[in-house]
Ligand binder design. Structure first.
Ligand code: DP6
Length: 402
């Protein structure tokens, strides 16, 4: 029956996580479908510390598709956004045509309003597009009652987004097909698999924005022979070793592969012509700190990895976190007091031994880092059941608080 209730938007809110690759994706074989030249593997970070929240509403009364990101209306005609919307609507139509009449009421012909926020600064360079597109696709799928494999759609928003569709340890299998149907993410182990594993995000002080991943990897594919060698001859073996290391919870093997793969990714950036520099002096100091720390203990207790920017992500085991955080504070004396510097999971304070300081022997870099986020492995996207958490009001527009 027509009336108010029919004009009330159908609204769904979901959250999705950030992921950090330990075997990096760099380079596409198909730009439009976002098909990679190698497989990759990542760890999904916990949403208690870092997440994207997205509300999608559909209503008969909406005139056009619209999107607001972090409080600002953006252009919905962006090709990657359009790919995700088109694919979800296509699957929804398919389900309806296959005989699920309930789907009619889901407003397949209705326009959507999308509102999305990150609870971490985009400037922190933390793969916001991965969490963002994963959340968009997951939420759209709920609104349009689409079920099943969705990572192939998230991939078309941003390659790394397909890995944020699952929690724990996730591989993106590159696939072989030209249409990309077999280029999908798959969980290798759930978030409960390795409870001692911890993640520290070391956010380097603000810098000018480096070359973005999309254009950077394009130039690398065009010019770097090292990248071709890496994709064809190095990554396939590393994927096998990494999956085994995760399954065995072998930290030393996991850590070594992680560091070597990050280093090789950055070597391919340097082999790109003209070269791309993502690491800066702070990143180099972190690399030295990690190696000297490990050398001091005669075992691999820490691993670093860097994406397309200077921020380090450190993997370690719970028991080593307090001392390492102390070492970070010593070698990167913060501007703010300790409480402000460390965000996320609480970390016990400990004293740093003179012996360790000397073994590391680096000149402190004051204010090199702006803060550290302490987190752990986490689950995949979730539905937010509480309607007061919707980012869009009953009028289909962003709430004032967004
Ligand atoms: C260095 O997924 O951001 O973080 O597919 O063009 O959107 P597009 O690129 P994106 O690239 C991520 C690159 C990386 C490595 C990784 O996450 O595997």
């Amino acid at each position: 029956m027509p009336g108010d209730s029919m004009d009330k938007p159908n609204t769904v809110t979901c959250t999705a996580p950030v992921n950090i690759a330990v075997i990096k994706y760099w380079g596409k074989r198909n730009e439009e479908l976002i098909l990679p030249i190698n497989s990759s593997l990542s760890v999904t970070l916990h949403q208690d510390q870092l997440k994207t929240t997205t509300t999608v509403a559909t209503s008969r009364s909406f005139q056009e598709d619209r999107i607001w990101l972090n409080g600002k209306e953006e252009d919905i005609t962006h090709p990657r956004l359009q790919s995700c919307l088109r694919e979800i609507r296509r699957l929804a139509r398919k389900r309806r045509n296959d005989g699920d009449p309930a789907l009619d009421s889901k407003g397949l012909s209705h326009k959507v309003h999308i509102c999305s926020v990150n609870d971490f600064p985009t400037a922190a360079g933390l793969a916001s597009s991965a969490a963002g597109f994963a959340c968009l696709v997951y939420t759209l799928a709920r609104v349009f009652a689409v079920e099943g494999e969705l990572s192939g759609i998230a991939r078309q928003g941003s390659g790394s987004a397909c890995r944020s569709m699952y929690g724990g340890f996730v591989q993106w299998i590159m696939g072989q097909k030209d249409d990309g149907k077999d280029s999908l993410a798959q969980q290798v182990a759930p978030e409960t698999h390795w409870p001692e594993l911890r993640v520290l995000v070391l956010v380097a002080s603000a810098e000018r924005k480096p070359v973005g991943s999309t254009s950077g990897m394009q130039t690398s594919v065009q010019t770097s022979r090292l990248l071709k060698h890496r994709a064809e001859s190095v990554v396939p073996g590393r994927m096998v070793e990494m999956i085994e290391a995760v399954q065995r919870k072998d930290f030393a093997a996991f850590a070594e592969l992680t560091m070597k793969d990050s280093n090789q990714f950055h070597a391919t950036c340097l082999d790109t012509y003209p070269p791309i520099f993502y690491l800066n002096s702070v990143s180099q100091q972190v690399i030295k700190l990690v190696h000297r720390y490990n050398r001091h203990y005669g075992e691999t207790r820490l691993a670093y990895t860097f994406d397309a920017g200077p921020n380090a992500v450190i993997y370690t085991l719970q028991q080593h976190v307090p001392e390492f955080v102390q070492a970070v504070q010593h070698f990167f004396p913060p501007e703010t007091n300790g409480g402000q510097f460390l965000k996320g999971l609480p970390v016990d304070g400990v004293a740093l031994s003179e012996e360790l300081k000397q073994a590391i022997g680096l000149e402190p870099l004051p204010k090199g880092l702006s803060y550290v986020i302490s987190t752990k492995v986490g689950p995949g996207p979730c539905v937010v059941e509480d309607p007061t958490q919707h980012l869009l009001g009953s009028d289909g527009l962003p709430k004032k608080t967004v």
